[in-house]
Design a protein around this ligand. Structure first.
Ligand SMILES: [Zn+2]
Length: 325
């Protein structure tokens, strides 16, 4: 293992395999959890946070994807406030059907509300330290990072990880999404952090090198829009297989044909959904990203199983109206 930069004692960080984002707890007078994992593991997330902090005052979401907001509902029921980027906060309050891209991606999220909308430059006390909100759209339009200038800690969400940059959704967020994502990675790099805290994978040993690689990868998404669409499709499909503990072989193609993200990707790639679905399965089988086992297609990447019943939560269009708080 490569050496990990030292963290202050008030930062508790745990790398977590898919389908959950990493855990980051900021201890102090106002204990705060950054992102809350997948809905199927909400109880583990809350138990971990309580074991390390007693109670959680605030959950801050880097963005609303299902692997980052799945514990929000439970932690909120236990008394935590939720903070998220303003565009997401407004959509969540309206109960917009596009919330969390949950329906679009077919990734369940339990109903929650946002108590504190976050704009760029907002200073938040998390634990005992002040953190600055750094809006970093691209992976999603509401995506944000968090910057702690004294310790030079930078929470980067899905903007980059040790192994790649966050996928972009050119169908949902427009053809400029990759350029926006690249500018966001550059903005994060310009802060020159001592420690990068990513939502997936390990803490990069060398932040400068991690940014140099991430900038090259983000540039590639700009230069090769088709490649960017393929990259997103592979990530979304692998995630679908993870949270379902695989999909029976004969159900995989019908599953894909019914997905909005697949239909959109097919349009951008000038293919039929049927052709793209077959090609996606074939290329991922050949690369080893998915494997056939026991009559099901599984994601090969390391991940923790999810209880099937935990997937049965309503899409945001059917979420109850937010209760007055
Ligand atoms: Zn994400």
């Amino acid at each position: 293992m490569s050496p990990q930069p030292a963290l202050p004692s008030w930062v508790t960080w745990r790398q977590r395999p898919f389908p959950d984002a990493n855990l980051l707890l900021l201890n102090g007078r106002r204990p705060a959890l950054v992102d809350s994992g997948f809905v199927g593991h909400a109880e583990q997330t809350a138990a971990w946070a309580h074991a390390h902090a007693g109670s959680v005052d605030l959950v801050v979401n880097t963005h609303w994807h299902s692997d980052h907001v799945g514990g929000n509902a439970l932690l909120q029921a236990q008394g935590a406030a939720v903070a998220a980027g303003t565009p997401e906060a407004e959509a969540i309050t309206r109960r917009d059907p596009g919330c969390c891209a949950a329906e679009y991606l077919d990734q369940p999220v339990g109903p929650y509300t946002v108590d504190i909308p976050l704009d760029d430059g907002r200073i938040l006390t998390l634990g005992d330290a002040d953190w600055e909100v750094v809006r970093t759209p691209g992976h999603t339009p509401g995506h944000l990072g968090l910057w702690q200038p004294d310790e030079r800690l930078l929470v980067v969400g899905d903007a980059l990880s040790d192994y790649d940059v966050g996928w972009v959704n050119l169908a949902l967020d427009g053809p400029g999404a990759a350029t926006t994502a690249l500018a966001s990675v550059q903005r994060l790099a310009d802060l020159a952090p001592r420690v990068i805290l990513p939502s997936h994978g390990p803490i990069p040993a060398d932040p400068g090198a991690a940014f140099a690689t991430a900038l090259r990868r983000a540039q590639r998404l700009v230069d090769d829009p088709d490649g960017a669409v393929w990259y997103g499709a592979r990530r979304i499909f692998a995630y679908a297989l993870m949270i379902r503990s695989g999909i029976p072989t004969d159900e995989v193609e019908p599953y894909l044909h019914a997905r909005a993200w697949l239909t959109d990707a097919a349009r951008l790639l000038d293919r039929t959904p049927e052709t793209l679905a077959a090609e996606l399965i074939d290329t991922m089988l050949r690369s080893g990203a998915v494997v056939l086992r026991g009559g099901r297609l599984h994601a090969a990447a390391s991940h923790v199983p999810v209880a099937p019943e935990s997937l049965r939560v309503p899409y945001p269009r059917a979420w109850p109206e937010p209760a007055p708080r």
